[in-house]
Ligand binder design. Structure first.
Ligand SMILES: [Zn+2]
Length: 545
């Protein structure tokens, strides 16, 4: 269709003279810019691969060469984009150019935060910092204190500590690990005074949001609902969880452990070296062959490896000699122990990998869509590992449904609680955060009130991007909707369904960065989003007395 339109413009130029020449010429320039865009992204992919420490060289070049190429290609891309200009670019081409600029801008913000981060945690005591500086100082607290928790004579990072709270068998050790967070909490919350670092920062966030819209407004806009509606959803979800839970209260350091029975029951069935085979088999059964996609796995432990699991593009897809060559992903994670939580994370990361390989669009769109959509999609297959049908087929053993689903949704509920906490703090920044958090967690999660302990301050997002936690809470709404709609159309997929990958690729994945969350979900569902699908899943968590 593009060629037909172009040749029509070509014909017309003869009639209307030189002005219309802009059409085909501009189209050629957009094509050049798109070519430069892919080349630049591929150089970045190579730099990131080598910097991750997995290899020293990629495609016969070392880090210095790839860094030099990345710099040169960035300049070439900038030049190509400026040659395109803004005059005479058609609708589709204009959108493609805008998408490339958005991809570039998001990359440059990632790079520039490194400079802002030069605030130290103690700078949070200063009264002259602006909003960005204050956030940077508080994020440094998470690095200075959060990554150096003192536990049993050793140093533990925050992510590992939160994982350990799911698995430590002795209550006293869980309590000690929980208490190891105290220096971090004190750095954010001081003595819970009215002008504590966190309260001064959240007041700035509220003022900033009143001017330009908050993170919560952005999330609401992204899915096409009102911010007030989101708060109603969060409360409905938490009420459903409360109603599905027994009356007994649990200490905050025991909440994760109490809800992790499934992991303990099947741990022996999922040794660390069994994770990858189970994962590969599941995706093959879903019609997605990870081997054929060339997914690069980086799972072996090594010094200085990222403590977080992530998945990125290694190379971008393109047409080579008339043939489509798909994008290749790399998956980075480390699993010293097996278990269902590790498996859940590995299946989540591999959903990102199959998403990468499904993207098939013009070069300008060979990138991730919105992160809310991307993360929610990755949970579509990863929630399956908590389903009895999945466990029967891939583990040969089944955990009681409610017990298994509780281990999934208890963590989701903490994210929903944080989302509600942030909404309330942004609305009333002078409120006592300990009181707000205690009210939410005791009422809905049946966690014993400890209003003297600022244990809300566990998540770095609270400082880095106040209001952002709502994306995690809403992600579960999207995931539940996607799973329900897929099952309605294709039948169950928890124990495999060969139509799964092709169907989702056609409807959701192949667009890359072209489409936003709202339009993708509207098209999938044929109606606006609703929390009903998630509420039905929470109902399945009901534990009989
Ligand atoms: Zn993810």
């Amino acid at each position: 269709m593009r060629y037909a339109a172009l040749s029509l413009v070509g014909l017309l130029t003869g009639l209307v003279g030189t002005i219309a020449l802009a059409g085909p010429q501009q189209a050629g320039r957009v094509t050049d810019a798109e070519e430069a865009f892919l080349e630049f992204l591929d150089a970045n992919g190579a730099v990131a691969l080598i910097e991750s420490g997995k290899v020293d060289r990629f495609e016969d070049k070392g880090l210095a060469d790839w860094k030099r190429l990345s710099g040169e290609r960035r300049l070439a891309l900038r030049a190509a984009l400026s040659r395109v200009g803004t005059v005479g670019v058609s609708g589709a081409d204009a959108q493609a150019v805008a998408a490339m600029q958005k991809s570039l801008a998001s990359r440059e913000t990632d790079d520039s935060t490194a400079g802002v981060r030069e605030q130290a945690c103690k700078d949070a005591q200063r009264r002259d910092l602006d909003f960005a500086g204050m956030r940077a100082a508080l994020v440094s607290c998470y690095v200075e204190f959060g990554d150096r928790l003192q536990f049993e004579g050793a140093v533990v990072d925050r992510g590992s500590a939160l994982q350990l709270l799911h698995v430590l068998d002795e209550p006293a050790r869980r309590k000690a690990l929980f208490d190891a967070f105290v220096p971090l909490w004190a750095a954010l919350n001081g003595r819970n005074e009215a002008d504590s670092p966190y309260r001064r920062m959240i007041a700035m966030a509220a003022a900033d949001g009143a001017k330009g819209g908050s993170e919560i407004d952005a999330a609401a806009r992204a899915i096409g609902v009102e911010s007030a509606e989101i708060e109603r959803w969060l409360v409905q979800v938490l009420e459903a969880w409360r109603d599905a839970s027994g009356p007994q209260m649990v200490e905050p350091w025991d909440y994760r452990y109490r809800n992790s029975v499934a992991n303990r029951e099947v741990a022996a069935r999922i040794p660390a070296d069994g994770l990858l085979p189970a994962n590969e088999r599941f995706y093959r059964d879903l019609g997605a062959d990870l081997g054929r996609m060339g997914v690069v796995f980086d799972l072996a432990p090594r010094q200085d490896k990222s403590p977080f699991a992530y998945t990125e593009f290694l190379t971008r897809g393109r047409t080579v000699a008339g043939q489509w060559r798909m994008s290749v992903a790399r998956v980075v994670a480390t699993y010293p122990t097996g278990g269902i939580d590790s498996l859940n994370e590995l299946v989540h990361e591999n959903a990102h990998a199959v998403h990468v390989s499904a993207i098939r669009n013009r070069p300008a769109y060979m990138d991730w869509p919105d992160s809310v959509f991307t993360e929610a999609f990755a949970d579509v297959p990863s929630w399956s590992v908590f389903e009895p049908a999945w466990q029967r087929r891939y583990l040969g053993t089944v955990v009681r449904e409610a017990v298994s689903l509780r281990s999934l949704f208890s963590d989701v509920m903490l994210d929903v609680a944080w989302a509600l906490f942030e909404m309330r703090m942004l609305r009333e920044p002078s409120a006592d955060p300990n009181a707000v958090w205690t009210e939410i967690t005791s009422r809905y999660l049946h966690i014993v009130p400890h209003p003297e302990v600022p244990w809300w301050a566990m998540r770095v997002q609270l400082a880095d991007s106040p209001g952002y936690m709502v994306n995690y809470g809403l992600g579960a709404v999207l995931t539940a909707e996607m799973r329900a709609r897929t099952i309605e159309s294709l039948g169950p997929f928890d124990a495999g369904n060969p139509a799964w990958y092709g169907w989702l690729s056609d409807r959701l994945l192949h667009y890359g960065s072209q489409r936003d969350t709202r339009s993708l979900m509207q098209e999938l569902l044929g109606r606006p989003l609703s929390p009903a699908a998630l509420l039905r899943q929470i109902e399945r968590c009901r534990v009989p007395d």
